[in-house]
Write a protein that binds this ligand. Sequence first.
Ligand SMILES: *Cc1c(COP(=O)(O)O)cnc(C)c1O
Length: 444
Amino acid sequence: MFFMSQPLQFLLRADEMPAQWYNLNADFPEPLPPPLHPGTRQPVTPDLMTALFPESLVEQEMTPERHVEIPREVRDVYALYRPTPLLRAARLERALQTPAHIYYKYEGVSPGGSHKPNTAVPQAYYNKIAGTKRLATETGAGQWGASLAFACSVFGLECNIYMVKVSFNQKPYRKLLMQTYGATVHASPSQETEFGRKALAADPNCNGSLGMAISEAIEDTVKHPGTKYALGSVLNHVCLHQSIIGEEAIRQMELAGEEPDVIFGCAGGGSNFAGLAFPFVRRKIKEGKKTRIVAVEPASCPTLTEGELRYDFGDTAETTPLMMMYTLGHAFMPPSIHAGGLRYHGMAPMVSHCLKLGLIEAMAYPQLKVFKSAVLFARSEGIVPAPESSHAIAAAVDEAVRCREENRKRVIVIGLSGNGLLDLAAYDSYLSGHMHDTGNDNGD
Ligand SMILES: *Cc1c(COP(=O)(O)O)cnc(C)c1O
């Protein structure tokens, strides 16, 4: 028998939920390069963005304020699942025979099972009070679509979703979840937009990509009156909304009485990573803390570790503003790996800027190693982690093993961005031995 000699859960009371989001743009030692108009190459003006987003969100995108008040109505919806737990992974430590202390901040308790409602809820709220009737968006693995569909159902908005075709087919349960919340879901590329029809004419078997689905959602938005667009990652206001994860985690690590030495988060567009990391980055900048903060991405979509830092489009059709970010190029077609939420050619400009300034590090992990750690985590902690989150777990496991080999105690924090209960087909592929390091088990 293994008896726990220490507490495992570090919970905040409902009234200890942070009342403000944190904006790292207020504290960067060097300002973030602005997004540029693709035609003029001049910094974009707010009026260009208000075609797609309500003014309140455009203001948050550009705000120099360090803290932004979380509206009462948003806090009331957050209260369905926040504050989220921080847990000590004592059984994982024991399985690894490591002197390291491993903690994880778990966002899988939300409706939809990931961190994405943290921004879907405020985005739907600000749209609702601005008079928007309908939101259009894209989704990769479906977590964003499900989160936005949930948020739209709360605030009474219509929701029209373009879902990357490979995930639409691989992950039917997420599509059903979106439909259950009342959303309309199209496999992208679709017949709904000119961009989609062209892509299908060029390649009827096109698997789609996040960049393509974004192009469809933007076209849908500008062609339908009363419709606005919502993006689940990458943008500054999304990173802002996600900061509640790290603000809670700082308080919870204080409850645990430990200082993190290294933090691992997975990075697709960068939002869950930003959410956990940025409040800790603030402490590096302002308090001189030495915390290592590491973004972990898939080896088959290695944006931060192998991409270039330059201005690039957020979508395939070249309709978005140019953003200064690490990118594999907006035409990059990632292989159909199971961590669908990490298949994006670019990276949040704020996360990219952190890497450029040396405030964070980046690593890439291949799929099989990620699932090996995911299964170990499930068997020791009980939670089946999302394939995306399992990238952070894999890096944390390697760190814990190094601690064992060097006989050093380190305090490790994992950003567990979601659960994998709707990703069991990916686990099937791994457990049955059909998974490869690139591509899925359909041979692509
Ligand atoms: C969408 C998703 C990600 C990747 O998106 P980011 O913007 O990089 O956070 C990671 N984990 C989970 C569980 C997701 O749903």
